[in-house]
Write a protein that binds this ligand. Structure first.
Ligand SMILES: *Cc1c(COP(=O)(O)O)cnc(C)c1O
Length: 383
């Protein structure tokens, strides 16, 4: 075992459940392609292992935010189509093209730079055009999109693969804004389809769109959060089998008895009420565990729920377990199940006044990740 795998805090990923989540999503949007967004280290789940599992589950596309994520995938031998969502920069164009990454073009200025680059290296490129429908982030306005698309058609170097947009409020099933965005997108697509009949992928739905707005499914869906097992808003019946695949765990590193009225950790924000037992857990904000969880977050040890005692340090924190038992080496669960108890990522996120997405992508690579899958059902395989 390499030293990292002996590290006393880690992440476990259940790839069997991941396959189930993907299968349920496919059932829910039959006849549409599936693009799996795996930006930000696959929402903290590990870019390459998740990409490999996605290929096994036969997703059609992978989605990333930027060039470097795309290159990491290509270097790992991932052959699936990869779409880079983020705006591209001039100095990245050559690498995007040479790594066969599909990327987003949303202005005439960038399109011309890409065309020049293609000419310089004598290569073609595959692109998607992003239409602005209400996010005000990186899309081209529908009025301007026609002239951009005309230019794209006039240049032989472009292979236009898709036209897409992004929903800003689809986590709310009642959102009028989401309805409006869908309408704007549909109006644009039907006008465009009249002029250009070549088959293109029209895509719009993130997890919220997939769950709550069936009319947004179109030719391809792009659910990120949902694939990893979390609903962006209320759960829906059809997708009840969708479950989280990530747990965060550690081993008790130290045990001691502490007297009455003693301050624990930096700043002494926690004081013992009586003589008590205290354990130290070797994971901290240096691993991505939010410091907002100091004196608020919970952990499971021997099937019991405890609150974190005192401030979270960079590499560890303490837990007052009162008169209860725990031994050095015992498993501590920070996210996930133990016995009959479970700590939900959603609860952790609301304690930190943030969303599950942010908590997930903050866990960094000091924590090894172990993957449980069908080929190795009795143990977690580190990747
Ligand atoms: C991140 C992202 C998604 C996925 O969003 P979720 O809310 O995680 O489903 C889809 N499309 C684009 C363009 C994105 O950037």
């Amino acid at each position: 075992m390499t030293p990292i795998l002996k590290h006393p805090a880690w992440i476990e990923i259940d790839l069997l459940q991941f396959q189930r989540n993907i299968a349920l999503i496919k059932q829910h949007s039959p006849g549409t392609k599936l693009c799996l967004p795996i930006k930000a280290n696959a929402y903290g789940h590990g870019l390459i292992p998740i990409a490999k599992a996605a290929a096994k589950a036969e997703v059609d596309y992978l989605g990333v935010a930027c060039l470097q994520e795309g290159i990491l995938l290509r270097e790992a031998g991932i052959g699936l189509p990869i779409l880079v969502f983020g705006a591209i920069h001039e100095n990245q164009m050559k690498d995007l093209i040479e790594n066969e990454l599909e990327f987003t073009v949303a202005s005439l200025y960038k399109a011309k730079l890409v065309a020049k680059q293609c000419q310089d290296i004598q290569k073609k490129c595959k692109i998607h055009v992003e239409i602005e429908t209400g996010m005000q982030r990186t899309g081209v306005r529908p009025e301007t999109a026609f002239s951009l698309l005309n230019y794209i058609h006039s240049e032989k170097c472009f292979e236009l693969k898709g036209i897409y947009s992004h929903l800003s409020t689809a986590d709310d099933p009642q959102s009028q804004t989401a309805f409006q965005q869908i309408q704007i997108f549909q109006q644009f697509s039907s006008a465009y389809k009249k002029a250009h009949t070549a088959p293109l992928l029209y895509h719009l739905a993130n997890s919220g769109g997939l769950c709550y707005f069936p009319e947004a499914h179109l030719d391809m869906v792009r659910p990120g959060l949902l694939s990893f097992g979390y609903f962006p808003g209320p759960k829906i019946q059809n997708l009840e089998g969708i479950k989280p695949i990530l747990s965060v765990k550690a081993k008790v590193a130290y045990f001691k008895v502490v007297g009455k009225n003693q301050g624990i950790s930096y700043g002494h924000t926690y004081k013992t009420k009586q003589e008590t037992r205290v354990v130290t857990v070797p994971i901290g904000y240096g691993d991505g565990l939010r410091r907002d969880l100091s004196n608020r977050g919970e952990v499971l040890i021997r099937g019991k729920r405890y609150q974190i005692s005192g401030t979270i340090c960079m590499d560890q924190f303490m837990v007052d377990i009162q008169h209860n038992e725990a031994y050095v080496g015992d498993e501590v669960v920070l996210i996930g199940k133990q016995g009959n108890e479970e700590i939900l990522l959603e609860d952790m996120a609301s304690l930190c006044k943030t969303i599950p997405y942010e908590i997930l992508c903050q866990f960094n690579n000091r924590l090894p990740r172990f993957y449980y899958d069908a080929d190795n059902p009795s143990s977690f395989n580190a990747v």
